[in-house]
Design a protein around this ligand. Sequence first.
Ligand code: ZN
Length: 205
Amino acid sequence: MRGFVLNIKKAKNEDIIVTVLDNNTLSNYWRFFGARHSILQIGNLIDFEVSESKNNFMPNMRSLSHLSFSWIFSNNHLLIWQNFIKLFEAHLKDTIEIDNFYFNLLLEIAKKWDKQNPKRLAVEAYISLLSHEGRLYDNGFCYVCEEVLDKEVGLMRAFLPTHPACIYAHSLDKEEIFKLFNTQSTIHLNDATIEQLYLILLKGL
Ligand SMILES: [Zn+2]
């Protein structure tokens, strides 16, 4: 099995429960003495074998190995990665069939996480996720009051556009935001705007 560690919970003694997103599932595994395993950290891509537990309680994880990325030793990159990937558990946990879009999206951006500002990659990945799920809302009307948007917009969670005053939000340029929605690229946005978008993203997918 190969997957990203999305969460880790302490179980009893030094055992832990590891939540992993693989190609098609989000699953929990029991790992004996997992607290001693430095490989088991949120955000890591791991390879492992699964053995069924005797009491059918939860499958066990064994024969672990870490498929590392070169940026893993950069605290800044690692922190942004962990904060981003943590959001996927809450987003996917009630989904029964998960298509491989999510695993592939994470794998693709993990490979280039240190090639540019990782917050840009997170924002672009989020736009492609919203687009994949049919949730990009770009029809020109405020999500709150339903009146026509002006030149400046505010963005709610899920990047839903509003009048800035309708949600007391930071103002962003509507043209720039809709260009982001249409192109799924942040190349036309400055770093200050990326920071704003990243903070909204952290509210949840
Ligand atoms: Zn409004």
